[in-house]
Design a protein around this ligand. Structure first.
Ligand code: MV4
Length: 504
């Protein structure tokens, strides 16, 4: 049985994984780079080791050094989190060779799903629906036009080694085809060292809906329902929710079955996510499979009651899943907002820096997964995501209200954050109505950029100020022993309202 886990990651996900370790009585080992000595995951872990300089390539991606630490610390297993080495088959292989358990699927599953064309071919053979298009790498430019005509415009060129939006080209007319093909190919060659490109029919205005799956080493497979992830900006998810407003019980049943077929086709073990594009007519198509725990996993945890990290560790220990498909229910509604240290008014520029003050939302139905604290300096070397807020309520409407309340409570000074931007998303009609697809952010950009000044940042300070004035006034009254009418708290609020610094 696993007694000690090295968490090969940083930030909120490293802390998230260690939390489950602590609950399970498993020791956690942190690794850190030279700029992360004071990071939360280092402070939270039972042991911590420096693995190199700030640059990811020399620290969080340094396979040799991480394995040295794993051996030195006598760790039984390594949890890779998301990003970094989480979908690196070579890492999984070397971890195994060192006699350490890799908490994730097999090397075969990582490799197969990591190559989009191989994954697509396997899905076609497994009768999982894929977007209409080619099964083969297009290496003959002469066949290109005929293939595109056969599929019908618009088409999409995709790099097999790509994924997550990298190496894609939309082509609406034949005159742009050859140029786009050459560009996609050369881009893929320089970015991935693999220039295989295939063509798909372009799906207009799709939803991005993914299914969480979980499998053990004994051939048991379940899905833990869907997550709606269409609120994205440049392939970066911003808001996720479950259930999806688009979903029906029939569609959920069909997509869940196909997600499990996809997982079975690679003998998947552990936690994985099958991504689909869904059009407005409820046609759905396999897009890719992520062979890791995902950023947005907490909304699934909140609605199903399953601790996915705990389940991953149990599966790695060889235990059977504690739940069958028929035991799983979606209870209520959960929404996640990702909070980034960035300035959305300056082209979403990352804003690393020192956190001066932070007040995190709390209360009924809220979860905050984060890692920053007052005085902590967010390094510029890594992803600028600082936390995730997860609201839960019995209904979607209440979950939105609760998220708005949490965003009102959330106060961070020292760095600019995306709190006002996501607060605006919660107010956008298309979001409130559940009437949105992958074009939501671009479609609503003007609305999202013009936040209303609702005094969120300073109304508590005004209340404090007013209370203080009231107090000094009382002191003065006592000293004067006079009964002259003096401004009281509500009069000061009235004054502030007239001056337009308080609108409550
Ligand atoms: C598509 C598509 C439309 N048609 N494929 C973007 C991420 C990558 N995994 C695949 N992506 C897309 N593939 C076809 N045939 C539209 C997208 C897409 C998208 C997908 C999911 C979430 C957001 C997106 C934003 C733009 C484009």
């Amino acid at each position: 049985m696993i007694k000690k886990i090295l968490v090969a990651n940083r930030g909120e996900i490293a802390v998230r994984v260690m939390r489950s370790c602590r609950e399970m009585g498993i020791k956690s080992v942190a690794i850190f780079s030279e700029v992360d000595r004071t990071a939360k995951h280092v402070r939270y872990a039972d042991e911590a080791y420096c693995v190199g300089p700030a640059s990811s390539a020399e620290s969080y991606l340094n396979i040799k050094k991480i394995l040295e630490v794993a051996v030195l610390s006598k760790s039984d297993a390594i949890h890779p989190g998301y990003g970094f080495l989480s979908e690196n088959a070579q890492f999984a292989e070397e971890v195994g060779k060192a006699g350490i358990i890799f908490i994730g699927p097999s090397i075969h599953a990582i490799n197969t799903m990591g190559d989009k064309l191989t994954a697509r071919q396997l899905m076609i053979d497994s009768e999982v629906p894929v977007v209409p298009g080619t099964k083969e790498n297009i290496d003959d430019p002469n066949k290109l036009k005929a293939t595109a005509n056969q599929i019908g415009y618009p088409v999409m060129l995709k790099a097999s080694a790509g994924g997550g939006g990298k190496g894609m080209r939309l082509v609406r007319e034949e005159k742009d085809l050859v140029n786009a093909y050459e560009m996609a190919k050369s881009e893929a060659r320089s970015a991935f060292g693999n220039d295989a490109v295939y063509i798909e029919k372009y799906i207009e205005s799709p939803h991005h809906i993914e299914f969480q799956i979980m499998a053990d080493q004994h051939g048991n497979y379940v899905h833990l329902f869907e997550r709606e992830c269409s609120v994205q900006r440049r392939h970066q998810k911003v808001v996720e929710e479950t259930p999806s407003p688009l979903m029906t019980p029939e569609l959920r049943q069909k997509m869940g079955e196909q997600a499990i077929s996809a997982a079975k086709s690679v003998d998947y073990v552990g936690a994985g996510t099958v991504e689909f594009l869904v059009d407005n007519d409820h046609n759905f198509y396999f897009l890719e499979m992520n062979t890791r725990l995902q950023v947005e996993h907490p909304i699934t945890e909140r609605t199903t009651g399953v601790d996915l990290v705990k389940a991953q560790i149990n599966v790695a220990n060889g235990l059977p899943l504690e739940f069958k498909q028929e035991d799983l229910r979606q209870n209520g509604h959960a929404i996640e907002c990702r909070i980034y240290a960035e300035d959305h008014k300056n082209n979403f520029m990352p804003c690393p820096g020192v956190i001066k003050n932070i007040t995190e939302p709390m209360g009924l139905g809220m979860r905050t997964d984060g890692y920053v604290y007052e005085g902590y300096e967010i390094p510029f070397h890594y992803d600028p995501m600082i936390s995730k807020l997860i609201s839960w309520a019995p209904s979607r409407e209440e979950a939105i209200d609760r998220m708005k309340r949490a965003l009102y409570e959330y106060k961070i000074t020292g760095v600019k954050t995306s709190i006002p931007f996501v607060a605006r998303i919660m107010e956008a009609d298309d979001f409130v109505n559940g009437d949105y697809n992958t074009h939501f952010i671009e479609k609503n950009m003007d609305f999202l950029m013009t936040e209303e000044d609702d005094c969120t940042d300073y109304c508590e300070d005004i209340a404090l100020f007013v209370a203080y004035l009231d107090y000094t006034q009382k002191l003065k009254e006592a000293a004067d022993k006079t009964n002259v009418a003096t401004p009281n708290q509500s009069a000061w609020k009235e004054y502030a309202r007239r001056k337009n610094i308080l609108r409550l």
